[in-house]
Design a protein around this ligand. Structure first.
Ligand code: KIV
Length: 273
């Protein structure tokens, strides 16, 4: 169990996550894309850091996760790796770097492991990416799956509404989760699906299931750091709990600085040489 005061210092591995599931200890995961935030997350005792392709939205300002490149992801991931020693660091394979064929998927995953020093990669999709998942795992690289609302497929879905509400899609998701487990994935993310379905999948799998908008019956939770801190404020799905209003706080500080500069209050005598 970790809290700000009792942080367990030993490195989180895929095996540790598996033990946490067996013990019923929930897994806490957040995104990070840079050194400074990753350092704060590490010190706070987070279990898993996801260098998500949500960096495409949050860091680069695109309106989807599609434009971010493998080089961009390696840049973000290597910044996080330099900061965080304890959490497991999982990095998204970005759109277009694994769907083509399994050989390309493996070489993308190898670049992330070798150039960024990550601990694992994450891939969106089920049966359609199974060959790639198997090939990456056979090279000794741990893979996290991602089912439900998979943002790289937003143009196929057409909307960000809750997935797998009907029986056909729910059954397909159940099967895909089994296939990913049998292929050797160490964990799966379920995004924006009914809580009951997420609970059933979690109970039927041996591997840990992490949810985002998938209710409380899963083995752990993940949120996008900038959303939960209230830095980004134009995105307010029901599942998002905001722990802070950092945008307001930062604006207050910046406005105070502007006032101090304009009024010649900053720098004062003690702040100069
Ligand atoms: O890229 C990301 O941040 C993600 C999470 C939303 C799970 O994939």
């Amino acid at each position: 169990m970790s809290s700000a005061n009792t942080v367990n210092k030993s490195k989180v591995t895929t095996h540790v996550l598996q033990e946490m599931k067996f013990k019923g200890e929930k897994i806490a995961m957040l995104t990070a894309y840079d050194y400074s935030f990753a350092k704060i997350l590490d010190t706070s005792g987070i279990d898993v850091i996801l260098v998500g392709d949500s960096a495409s939205n949050v860091m680069a300002g695109f309106d989807s996760t599609l434009p971010i490149t493998l080089n961009d992801m390696i840049y973000h991931a290597s910044s996080v790796v330099r900061a965080a020693t304890r959490p497991l660091i999982v990095v998204d394979l970005p759109f277009g770097t694994y769907q083509g064929n399994s050989k390309e998927a493996l070489s993308s995953a190898i670049r992330i492991m070798k150039e960024a020093g990550a601990n694992a990669v994450k891939i969106e999709g089920g049966r359609e990416v199974l060959e790639s998942v198997k090939r990456i795992i056979s090279a000794g690289i741990p893979v996290m799956g991602h089912l439900g609302l998979t943002p790289q497929s937003i143009h196929k879905f057409g909307t960000y509404v809750v997935r797998a509400k009907d029986k056909v899609e729910a059954d397909r998701l159940r099967e895909d989760a089994e296939l990913l487990q049998e292929a050797g994935c160490f964990s799966i993310i379920l995004e924006k699906i009914p809580a009951k379905l997420a609970g059933e999948v979690t109970n039927s799998l041996r591997i840990p299931v992490i949810g985002i908008g998938a209710g409380g019956l899963v083995d752990g939770q993940v949120l996008v750091l900038h959303d939960m801190l209230g830095i980004t404020q134009d995105f307010s799905p029901r599942f998002l709990r905001r722990y802070h209003n950092l945008k307001e706080e930062i604006m207050g500080s910046v406005q105070a600085y502007i006032d101090d500069v304009k009024s010649k209050d900053f720098p004062n005598e003690r702040e100069q040489y």
